[in-house]
Ligand binder design. Structure first.
Ligand code: PLP
Length: 522
């Protein structure tokens, strides 16, 4: 494709990347330049008549320099954005086995429900009497979450898992303050997701790490050693980020409570246990639920998400405002502490309004269409898929904690790559060439060269078998010493291996027009 300067768009870069067409395009895969590179700023996409003479009443505030927006026609604009959308690999494109993320299918029924005008076209400032159905839906969803967690209260407003962590830990802080205590330490296992220590640190706590046992789980004795009157809480993920169920979880909860501290559970891995285990029965005081993972609302690219937090009876009084209350007298919104009932002491607000309505509708549609038995089966199938994949690769790839059952995600390390000159990163990049989004790599940090694979329940056996076959083929190539297939990968993607460190350290966030001499030199 020629840009307006008659120069093949991105042609130089594309050829450097080993592509051999004039345009840089490959078959019908079109190289997409930035819209600022394609569109000229001195033309507009539509012809507008010169405006008739007019009196300027802007009082000197009018723009003096050109606005600098690219001028493109409607078809050109349309193509630009459609092509960009085609570069976005997502769960609707192919398997997305990113461990810890639960990238499952988002049923289209959920989307249809979320677009109903009564949910999609309402405003949070509308009078309550005009949105009772939406409020009732929030109340109904929290009833389902109460049943699934076995915990008495749910704070619905947090907008992501990490936001839920902050909410739950703020409730813990408020509960301690109400007891006249100000504790300073939060215990976090070394395998935890980075948001756990970040949340504790953000609230001013000192993070005390606890190592994992050789089998990948947390040792109650190690937790006990760290407990003291200074400990506010433990933040524990179960199943943990190694894909293993914490067997000592009840003993850990009892020890934490005996020390006067609270038990925060990171519920991001809830998909492994929905309908099987109720966190409330394990002694959990606060747990966020990533609706965008477990309950199939879409995620990726920064949102939208929803991270309601289940709270124990001890923490419920401190839940943030607003709450929706649905009882015999109808639905109402509790906006102020005075209306929150006797004993309630909300710690404040965590966001302006009521949470992510669209996510609530999708999650409830998922729950109602699956039913309690369907959700239990989804969890069982997620665990089955992970174990099928794990067992199918176990003869080629090494597992850090031995050949044992996992929960919803299978974890491999890089010992099996020793001596090949190929790294976990190389292997992940080669998966892109095979048409699969890579697994999570180098997380959890406690496992060297970790590859964390979460197939979820929504992959069919045929689709799992194809992914397994591709991974086996790659693993055998790695063992044969076919280094070129890995260190150069991805060879077939629109972009080759990037300098990720440089991109993170020196991000270029703003496009500037290259100076004319640069163009000439290219
Ligand atoms: C995804 C995840 C989080 C954070 O959730 P967000 O919704 O991305 O903020 C926290 N802990 C674990 C284990 C996770 O996988």
């Amino acid at each position: 494709m020629l840009n307006r300067e008659g120069r093949p768009a991105e042609a130089g870069k594309a050829r450097a990347a080993g592509q051999h067409t004039f345009t840089g395009n490959r078959a019908l895969q079109i190289e997409e330049a930035l819209i600022f590179e394609t569109g000229r700023t001195d033309v507009t996409g539509v012809d507008l008549d010169e405006p008739p003479a007019f009196a300027n009443r802007l009082g000197g505030l009018e723009r003096t320099a050109p606005i600098g927006l690219p001028g493109l026609t409607e078809p050109e604009t349309m193509r630009h954005y459609v092509r960009l959308s085609q570069k976005n690999y997502g769960i609707d494109t192919g398997p997305f086995p990113l461990g810890s993320c639960t990238m499952k299918h988002n049923p289209r029924l959920n989307e249809k429900m979320a677009r109903l005008p009564g949910f999609a076209d309402i405003h949070p400032l509308q009078p309550t009497s005009t949105v009772e159905g939406a409020l009732e839906l929030i109340a109904e969803l929290s009833r389902w979450l109460v049943a699934l967690t076995g915990m008495p209260a749910i704070a619905m407003t947090p907008k992501a898992g990490a936001h839920g962590e902050l909410t739950g830990m703020m409730a813990i802080k408020a509960a301690l303050a109400a007891r006249g205590e100000k504790r300073s330490v939060v215990i976090v296992p070394e395998s935890a997701h980075g948001t756990n220590p970040a949340t504790a640190a953000l609230l001013g706590y000192r993070v005390e790490p606890v190592p994992a046992r050789k089998d990948g789980t947390v040792d109650v004795e190690e937790v006990k050693k760290r407990l003291s009157p200074e400990v506010a809480a433990i933040m524990l993920t179960n199943p943990n980020t190694c894909g293993l169920f914490e067997r000592d979880v009840v003993a850990i909860a009892e020890a934490v409570h005996a020390a006067g501290a609270y038990f925060y559970a990171d519920g991001a891995n809830f998909n492994a246990i929905v309908g099987k285990v109720r966190p409330g029965d394990l002694g959990v005081d606060a747990m966020h639920i990533n609706l965008h993972k477990t309950f199939s609302t879409p995620h990726g690219g920064g949102g939208p998400g929803a991270g309601p937090v289940a709270l124990s009876a001890a923490l419920a009084p401190f839940a943030p405002l607003p709450h929706v209350v649905a009882d015999a007298s109808g639905v109402r919104l509790v906006e102020h502490a005075e209306e929150a009932g006797a004993g309630a002491a909300p710690f404040g607000r965590i966001c302006a309004f009521h949470g992510q309505m669209g996510m609530f509708v999708r999650a409830l549609a998922y729950m109602l269409s699956h039913g309690a038995d369907g959700m239990r089966q989804a969890s069982e199938d997620a665990v089955l898929s992970a174990n099928y994949l794990r067992a199918s690769l176990a003869d080629l790839m090494s597992q850090p904690f031995g050949d044992r059952f996992c929960m919803h995600e299978a974890l491999f390390d890089d010992r099996w790559l020793e001596g090949t000159g190929i790294t976990t990163l190389d292997f992940a990049k080669a998966m892109i060439d095979e048409g699969f989004h890579p697994m999570t790599v180098y997380f959890p940090l406690v496992v060297r060269g970790a590859m964390l694979i979460e197939p979820t329940e929504s992959e069919s056996k045929a689709s799992l078998d194809l992914m397994i076959a591709a991974m086996r083929d790659l693993a055998m190539a790695a063992k044969r010493g076919d280094k070129a297939r890995f260190t150069g990968a991805p060879a077939h993607a629109p972009r080759r291996r990037l300098d990720e460190t440089r991109a993170a350290r020196q991000p270029v966030l703003r496009w500037t027009k290259p100076a004319p001499q640069n163009l000439a030199a290219e």
